[in-house]
Ligand binder design. Structure first.
Ligand code: MIC
Ligand code: SF4
Length: 643
């Protein structure tokens, strides 16, 4: 039987397990990336594991999230990461060099390789045929040390693309259409593989927009073939020798197929507050817009910037709109500076931001009260913009730029002729902002610089025999890690200070949570389906660990967060009967009696509700390895024990 691209990538990196769907497979990881908001923790973990030098083919540390420096904290964290990277053999992409996923695609990604990154949008690399996955910081640290990365063997979904995009319709509309069809839960346990004759019409930046935002489907990753288009992109980056061909066999078998005729798509938008609340721009109608933000790892490529500049050229941004643009990398910014496109943006009145995540993670540009903001980003979760009552719409660069000119949500097809953009045959390549690591000899003299904001991370104990605690918090469906551990300019600087962060835990849902659980000393969280979707931040597990959360019981989990809970030693459990969720109230006294023995012996788990005198059947989806991790009290304890 023939193989899909994803199966080929998994097979060529298989370290353990067999490739039957649903079972755990261990993968060799060729490349890793970290960003600064999750990187401090990942490198603290690397240090805690006493790993002298990284053992991957390539590891890169990027500074792109915490670039707003309103105090010493972020700058100190940058210095910490820079020093540790230099010492341990990690390339360091300096602040200003760009957003991790954009730069990695341009300068480092290679078809056929595996990549894990401490950021959920790492699947961007799938745009050039990598098996690229988001992971918690600790998993990335383990991989840097040469350790195996484990995933559940996913189902493989083929998105069969036919036709060609019409003028003014963009790659963003393709992924918004996939989100409309599959929803934010639809990709859990799946790899989304793009194929069909429509693929050849999409450039690498367009493919990367699609694989990037596959994260919002909850998918393990997304992947495109590596073909002549990929080769041309790598050649333009001076990296033709990194190219290999990668395609699915003709008789490859998929678990599911979704057909999308590119020529039938129209400009789309995801409405507040979920990336799958997708409707066409014309259906939503002419709503008034207060702000437009263009950029983020989804849409900040040269192609995106050139389209935006062409739309803005010779016009003026509507007086009631604030337009900000953040080109994705120094390469992109430099190229639009040299070819004049930047000047067209500035002339039209755009506010040019540095090449970083910026507003996407709430680092500045929060909209006005109850403002409407159109963004080319990938997430529009409640509160993420920094303005609690703002309404964020996710759109293509075309819709964003057109709307910035008119002041209301605009179908760009109304603008007339589509500006045809062709990508250059050569990009400006200058890696002077990427610092090469020290040699092992030089490394001895390098001191790792810890700023005063870096606090030790919480330790956990091996799991006790029973867990008796209150349901300290009950939340609904689709809880994101932005709910659990919010980001934004006021909180992000404390990513290496778990005690300080803890006062904001679940702030979006219930501001009293930290105080209440502290008073109890411990607790159990009850959640709905797709609990923990979104960001890969392990802080959404480490902070609850610090506060005393012992178990999280839900209808279902998102993949990365579930792995992070296990890594932190917090037990993830699911209801066998989802309706039991309704029978538990916040504050109920709960008991998981002899849960340690149950897990160790793979026996059923039962939850007793002492308050109502009911019992509920629970299940856990843990491999033998994960059981050992949970029993040991987390991956760090487990790894230390097994080393
Ligand atoms: C995000 O988009 O939410 C982030 C910030 O990039 C996160 C990582 C983080 O929380 O630091 C992600 O997507 O994993
Ligand atoms: Fe940065 Fe936003 Fe991309 Fe996350 S989604 S990596 S915050 S640009």
């Amino acid at each position: 039987m023939g193989m899909t691209i994803a199966q080929k990538l998994i097979k060529s990196h298989l370290v353990s397990g067999d490739m039957t769907r649903g079972s755990e497979v261990g993968l060799k990881i060729d490349q890793t990336l970290t960003q600064d908001a999750t990187g401090t923790m990942a490198y603290l973990e690397l240090e805690a594991m006493d790993i002298d030098r990284v053992k991957t083919e390539l590891s890169v540390a990027y500074i792109d999230h915490n670039t707003l420096q309103t105090g010493f904290e972020n700058a100190d964290d940058h210095r910490f990461i820079q020093s540790v990277a230099k010492k341990r053999g990690v390339y360091f992409s300096r602040p200003g060099n760009g957003i991790c996923h954009q730069v990695h695609l341009e300068r480092f990604g290679k078809p056929g390789k595996t990549l894990i990154g401490s950021d959920s949008h790492t699947p961007t690399g799938g745009g050039i045929g990598m098996l690229a996955m988001g992971a918690g910081g600790l998993d990335v640290a383990v991989a840097m040390g040469g350790g195996t990365y484990y995933i559940t063997m996913p189902k493989i979904v083929k998105v069969n693309l036919t036709g060609k995009l019409s003028p003014w319709v963009a790659a963003k509309d393709v992924i918004l259409e996939v989100l409309r069809i599959m929803t934010v839960k639809g990709g859990v346990g799946k790899i989304i593989e793009y194929g069909g004759e429509g693929v050849a019409s999409l450039s690498v930046p367009e493919r990367a927009t699609i694989t990037n935002m596959g994260a919002e489907l909850g998918a393990t990753t997304s992947v495109f073939p590596s073909d002549e288009v990929t080769k041309a992109f790598l050649k333009a980056q001076g990296r033709e020798s990194d190219w290999i061909e990668l395609k699915a066999d003709d008789d490859a078998v998929y678990d599911e197929t979704i057909n999308i005729d590119l020529s039938s798509l129209a400009p789309l938008a995801a409405q507040p507050h979920m990336p799958d609340r997708v409707k066409s721009v014309t259906e939503i109608g002419k709503i008034k817009v207060d702000q437009v933000c263009i950029g983020s790892c989804t849409n900040s490529s040269l192609l995106d910037m050139m389209k935006v500049a062409a739309i803005l050229k010779g016009k003026t941004v509507c007086p009631s709109v604030s337009l900000s643009i953040a080109p994705g990398s120094k390469q992109v910014l430099n190229m639009i500076a040299q070819n004049g496109a930047l000047s067209d943006m500035i002339d039209a009145g755009a506010r040019i931001l540095e090449s970083a995540c910026g507003p996407c993670i709430g680092m500045g540009q929060s909209p006005n009260s109850s403002g409407v903001s159109l963004r080319t980003f990938n997430r529009n979760f409640e509160g993420r913009s920094g303005t609690a009552d703002a309404g964020i719409y996710l759109v293509s660069p075309e819709v964003a730029a057109a709307s910035a000119l008119t002041g209301y949500l605009t179908d760009p097809r109304d603008l007339g002729d589509f500006p045809k953009i062709t990508l250059p045959e050569e990009f400006i390549v200058n890696d002077n902002m990427i610092e090469v690591p020290a040699t092992p000899d030089e490394a001895n003299d390098i001191e790792v610089l810890y700023g005063p904001n870096i606090k030790p991370f919480p330790t956990s104990e091996p799991m006790g025999e029973s867990i008796n605690a209150k349901a300290v918090l009950k939340v609904g469906d689709d809880i994101t890690t932005d709910h659990i551990m919010p980001a934004g300019a006021k909180i992000l600087p404390y990513r290496s200070n778990i005690p300080y962060l803890s006062q904001f835990c679940f702030g979006v849902c219930d501001k009293t949570f930290p105080e209440r659980i502290k008073a109890e000393g411990k607790g159990i969280i009850i959640g709905g389906s797709n609990y923990g979707q979104g960001s890969s931040r392990e802080h959404a597990a480490l902070v609850p660990l610090y506060l005393g959360v012992k178990a999280v019981i839900t209808k279902s989990f998102a993949r990365i967060h579930c792995a992070n809970l296990i890594n932190a030693g917090i037990l993830p459990l699911n209801f066998v009967n989802p309706e039991d969720y309704d029978k538990i109230s916040q504050g109920d006294e709960l008991s998981l009696e002899n849960i340690r023995t149950a897990i160790a012996s793979s026996s059923p788990a039962v939850l007793k509700n002492i308050t109502t005198n009911e019992t509920y059947e629970l299940k856990y989806d843990l491999s033998e390895r994960q059981k050992d991790i949970i029993l040991a009290g987390g991956l760090l304890n487990y790894t230390k024990k097994s080393m």
